[in-house]
Design a binder for this molecule. Sequence first.
Ligand code: ADP
Ligand code: MG
Length: 447
Amino acid sequence: MESAKEIWERVLGELQLQVSRANYITWLKNSYGVDCRENIFTVGVPNAFIAEWLTKRLHSLVRKTLAQLLGRDIDVQFITHYQEPKQKGSLVFANQTDGGTSTKTRLHNFNPKYTFDDFIVGDCNRLAYAAATEVAENPGHAYNPLLLYSSTGQGKTHLLHAIGHRAMDNGLQVIYISAEQFTNEFVLAIKHGQINDFFSKFKSIHILLFDDMQFINDKKQTRQCFFQIFNELYDNNCQIVIATDRHPKDMLLLSNKLKSRLECGLITPIQPPDFETRLSIVRANAKELMVRSSDEMLCLLAEQITDNVRRLEGALIYLTAQAKLTGMELNPQTINRLLTSTANKQDKELIIQAVAAYFSLSIEELAGRNRDRKTSLARQIAMFLMREEGNYSLTEIGKALGDRNHATVVYGCKKIATEMSVNDKLCRRISELKGKIHPSEASTKEC
Ligand code: ADP
Ligand code: MG
């Protein structure tokens, strides 16, 4: 019989698909199954605050998911039952003591693929790479704060994680937090009168890695809170590394005080990769994915996709999936055609219709509030396809799918892109859907 721990791990797998990444990390990630009785399932969480939040906000979703997995109705309770999480290779943690009365452990699971060794250096990112390695080795000394900025998909998050890995190897305490997650935690801390606890999380760390800072640009209170934490850390010689999609001078709402603090450090852009860098990246990807590919194909890819490394990676996966699933031979003509087709704008409605039909959902359901597994997956696939196939903006995609916000769309697209590299079934589904969106191409065997 499955233990409570095993059952809960399966439940967490399902819940990951149904709640936002920030909520998953903040509230669910460190929970575990404690006990499974006839009528009640007990979940242990690190503190009473989390137990209360889960009881208020996620009780019915968790109960439903659990019932689906067990095939029977069962209630669920969250209890404070702290267990030191086991440290494994890629888990980075920062321990902070709160006036000696309590110890909180914050875990972060850095992406094992986002290391310095896996980062391809070219003229476009040399300075950012050098600065990132320097602050990882000598935090708080050379460039503080370090701010990396670029358009999306140029390796900012990769470098933040790489700093985290290196700092972890050196035994340092690190917090990686996205601005969205920071905002969520801050808002909840205010609501529950736990603001001191929130601030104390950031005490006694060596490095703060703050991702997607643009997210707080228009959030006044969060900006003020960040500024306060920033100042305290800075005064204590803690290294601060910030990633953002634009230069601080273009974040109009940021206070001049914070801007001038940021300017005291190093602000470094990452440019879109040049041809040589793109080719090296795509070669490294092909090797990692164990894709059999000619150098001609890789050169074509690197020539045609110029703006975004994420798209480059996606295109390689797409082409190899097409070749595998349709038996199409990848030659310069077919590659050109496939790549051109992905670059063309597609009708949003067409994508939504195709995805809804594929998952036997109505368009209203796809754009609705239901977050069961099938609907959530279908919705995330629709987001991904609109982004990849139609090149629609995040706002347009959010609007087309029931007025969802920017962060939800980013999360959905990322989730599918990541999952595709390890999940053949998903690749097949996406490829079938693309065939439906471009029917003429799917049926053409040769150019
Ligand atoms: P950003 O945070 O700037 O939007 P990411 O760090 O998420 O971009 O990068 C998108 C994808 O491209 C990731 O899979 C990342 O590993 C990869 N990537 C970006 N730049 C490089 C690079 N120079 N070398 C290797 N991989 C890269
Ligand atoms: Mg990023």
